[in-house]
Design a protein around this ligand. Structure first.
Ligand code: GAL
Length: 813
């Protein structure tokens, strides 16, 4: 597939086919879609009049505008995996957004230079859900699972000349999900035009069977589809990151064969790793005689992965442990509609934390995320399903499992088996089949499918039913046993299982609300407060889960633990545990970052441990507590330094060093008896040599005085899609954050960009993400500005009653 378009390859194709038709074209069907909610069976017809329908751009999420309502997908369920004994009403489990029901998309399209001997394919990166695809009034095919990519050859449905009509029907059922799935054509739709002799969608398979510092073997299998039996020649160049050809091969493929195998040797390869995400490209041309029939590009990385008893996980021969997070697919206020700039920001934030891996819970990722992980350096566990045969929700994947599981797996495996970031497959998450007699057989069957299509990567699954998974043989089947929330039982699992290593597929599930602190500070499970928030002292978790330090201890102490994937990197829409029965609450509390992507305190705890390149020094809580004077208000410091001294209004509260007296004191410095008085807290950090090397302070804030803006980027691309995320803070006259502020802000974006969305990270807020106004939560929010398609300046003004407004400028180039 031609996903990774580069000027270089386009130029090559253009040059080599000068005066003739191009070998292959790919178009994104982005603009000028017509959309209507509800069912419109007549809309399959070409003559259907859709003038009254809304005009939208794809990717599109029809439900993210809201309004929020606790009755949307209200679920009466007993969540067995959470240990619930009886069913109760769950509002907000799927985000309280109106995604249920049918929706239709229509678009007319032409296929440039379509002629006898050409083929056309529609490739959907994902369509939520139960997609039915119609071209020119005829049904082309269906694909139920909303997270998977799928394609159909539409050659035989096309008109010889002129316009064609594409209609897509989607339908989301109630009680089909445990989180917000999004709705509609929320990922890209591609039209690919080739010659009859061509490389099909995902038609190359590239592996690096032997890798050393001195040389690497690269193996490329290329599938050729053609209706005429003709011999072809496959010519491939391997290009390094600078575009230099480092190896070449020319291989004849006889008329009766469909797969060509080429082998290359690359001297002194630049190895791929999260720290050195070097991307090579295989550029393949298919010739019939002297005629170029197809040109296809396969980006790849050169790296080796091994998982070994006694050694754990090795990347390029070097052992390392995964510092990973689990992420759902939604992008907070943008909903499920995919946007590369939004994903890039997430990856950037995670990498700053020292995170090196993402688990794509609990489904196939968007191709844009996989490409970014290749290019920016994040390892991926590519996951497939949250359910197999046994249901968790009434209308979940179990309804499709028998008919679709192999097709869904194969598409995922073919789609992502060339990506260097992808270092393992996951066949499922907490499937209740762990407890059934044949659970292990299903696991073996799915794992075998993965091995058949991709023998180079191991397979895991997230297991929560520890005893069943071990006793019924399920855990022993997996290449990598993955456990959800079982750090205390790792030694037992290790002793009972044959693999010789194990992994925390899902860890922590600590809950917190950014900037909210509750007293007294104590460990609590399932703790609920009247305001539907959780405390940011990071002592609160679910009945089945832990605080971060409990996992850290095991990962640090047990050689055979190969790393963890924290639940979750970012807050997501839906699953507002512990408030899933207490509307209003529409989003999770598990994130290290809130729904707006603002770091919670926990970010600094993970960063202090994971980011080994940059120092971390962070103090909590905020120090503006009118009414708490004289009361105990513990102060925590999350730092990469081994010790620090705390001062309250200049008076020392003592110097603390990390020690092994408890899980927490190994990773946090905690002054538990500090008594609040307004003023300032300051911490001075000492390095291993005992030298004072850094300071951090937090001051009591005065009254809200003005707004401060901070944009994550000041120059955007004029592609109509690029985004800047601007953090707005309400501060006092001296610039201190007002941590209790809840001012309503209004946004005016003019010029070469527009206001796109806003979020404040407050799970209880029912304000719409798409309206240019929102209240700050704990003094902050983030709004998003989208570039237009023309170059120019963007002017941003943010106003609020009674405090000074703020403005900033961006440029679009
Ligand atoms: C796990 C589950 C996740 C999420 C998490 C919350 O059991 O795999 O999807 O529900 O719990 O703690």
């Amino acid at each position: 597939m031609y996903r990774y378009k580069t000027p270089l390859l386009l130029a090559m194709v253009l040059m080599s086919v000068k005066g003739m038709s191009q070998a292959r074209q790919e178009y994104l069907l982005e603009k000028n879609w017509k959309f209507a909610k509800g069912d419109h069976p007549e809309a399959v017809k070409e003559a259907f009049n859709d003038k009254g329908w809304e005009t939208v751009a794809v990717p599109h999420d029809w439900a993210i505008k809201g309004p929020f309502d606790g009755n949307n997908d209200l679920q009466k369920v007993q969540i067995v995996q959470n240990g619930e004994q009886e069913a109760s009403m769950k509002a907000g489990r799927t985000g309280g957004l109106p995604f249920i029901g049918a929706g239709w998309y229509r678009r007319s399209f032409t296929v440039p230079q379509f002629a006898p001997g050409k083929r056309a394919v529609l490739l959907f990166d994902g369509a939520m859900s139960n997609a039915e695809i119609y071209v020119n009034g005829k049904k082309v095919g269906t694909w139920p699972y909303g997270y998977n990519s799928f394609s159909f050859d539409i050659t035989d449905y096309l008109h010889a000349k002129g316009n064609n009509t594409l209609a897509v029907r989607l339908e989301n059922f109630e009680q089909a999900s445990r989180w917000y799935p999004g709705a509609g054509l929320y990922r890209n739709v591609h039209l690919i035009v080739t010659n009859d002799t061509h490389i099909p969608v995902w038609g190359t398979y590239l592996t690096t069977p032997a890798v050393t510092k001195d040389s690497a073997t690269v193996r490329l299998q290329t599938t050729i589809d053609r209706s005429k039996k003709t011999a072809v020649i496959i010519k491939t160049n391997l290009l390094d990151a600078s575009g230099k050809v480092v190896a070449s091969a020319s291989t004849p493929l006889p008329a009766d064969s469909t797969i060509a195998t080429q082998s290359f040797s690359v001297a002194h390869p630049a190895l791929w790793s999260p720290e050195t995400p070097v991307i090579y490209k295989a550029v393949t041309q298919v010739y019939e005689g002297t005629q170029l029939k197809d040109a296809y590009e396969t980006p790849f990385g050169i790296r080796s992965i091994e998982y070994k008893a006694g050694k754990g996980f090795l990347l390029n021969g070097v052992p390392r442990k995964f510092k990973g997070v689990c992420n759902h697919h939604d992008l907070g206020p943008l909903g499920a509609a995919i946007n590369t700039a939004a994903l890039r920001r997430q990856v950037r934030l995670l990498k700053d934390m020292g995170c090196d891996a993402i688990r794509t819970t609990h489904n196939m990722p968007a191709p844009e995320l996989v490409q970014l992980c290749d290019e920016m350096g994040i390892m991926l566990m590519v996951e497939s399903f949250d359910e197999w045969k046994a249901p968790k929700v009434k209308n979940g994947y179990s309804l499709y499992f028998d008919e679709w599981v192999e097709k869904d797996l194969v598409n995922m495996l073919h789609h992502y088996r060339n990506n260097p970031s992808n270092i393992m497959w996951s066949i499922g998450n907490e499937v209740p089949d762990q407890s059934s007699a044949n659970g292990k057989d299903i696991a073996r069957r799915l794992q075998d499918i993965c091995h058949r299509e991709d023998p180079t990567r191991p397979v895991t699954a997230g297991m929560d039913r520890f005893d069943d998974a071990i006793n019924k043989g399920f855990a022993a089947v997996l290449d990598i046993p993955g456990f959800n929330y079982k750090p205390q039982r790792y030694p037992e699992a290790y002793s009972k299982l044959p693999q010789g290593f194990l992994m925390g597929t899902e860890t922590a599930s600590t809950v917190s609300s950014r900037g909210i602190y509750k007293f007294p500070v104590e460990f609590a499970k399932n703790k609920m407060y009247d305001d539907n928030q959780s405390s940011s002292y990071d002592f609160e978790a679910c009945s089945w889960s832990q605080v971060p330090d409990d996992e850290f201890v095991q990962q640090d102490d047990l050689d055979y633990a190969i790393g963890e994937f924290v639940w979750t990197g970012f807050d997501y829409l839906g699953e507002p545990t512990p408030y899933d029965s207490k509307w209003p609450s529409h989003s999770s509390y598990f994130g290290i970052f809130d729904l707006a992507g603002i770091p919670k305190d926990r970010f600094y705890l993970y960063r202090s441990k994971w980011n080994t390149q940059q120092a971390t020094l962070h103090l909590l809580p905020h120090w503006t507590w009118p009414g708490r004077e004289g009361q105990v208000t513990p102060v925590f410091c999350y730092t990469s330094y081994p010790s620090a001294e705390l001062f309250v209004n200049g008076k020392s509260m003592g110097r603390l060093s990390k020690d092994t007296s408890s899980h927490q004191s190994r990773y946090r410095l905690m002054w538990k008896d500090v008594v609040y008085q307004p003023g300032a807290i300051k911490v001075v950090a000492y390095d291993v040599a005992g030298k004072a090397v850094a300071e951090e302070s937090v001051k009591t804030a005065g009254a809200p005085h003005h707004i401060q803006l901070e944009a994550d980027r000041s120059v955007l691309k004029a592609d109509g899609k690029d985004l800047a995320y601007i953090t707005a803070s309400v501060v006092d006259a001296e610039g201190n954050l007002c941590p209790d502020a809840g001012n309503l802000l209004q946004f005016e974006v003019t010029g070469a960009g527009s206001f796109k969305a806003v979020a404040n990270g407050d799970a209880t807020s029912l304000e719409a993400f798409q309206e240019p106004r929102m209240k700050v939560f704990s003094g902050r929010l983030v709004f998003i500005v989208q570039a237009g398609e023309k170059m120019g300046k963007v002017n941003v003004v943010v106003k609020a009653d009674k405090i000074r407004s703020a403005s900033c400028g961006l440029s679009v180039k």
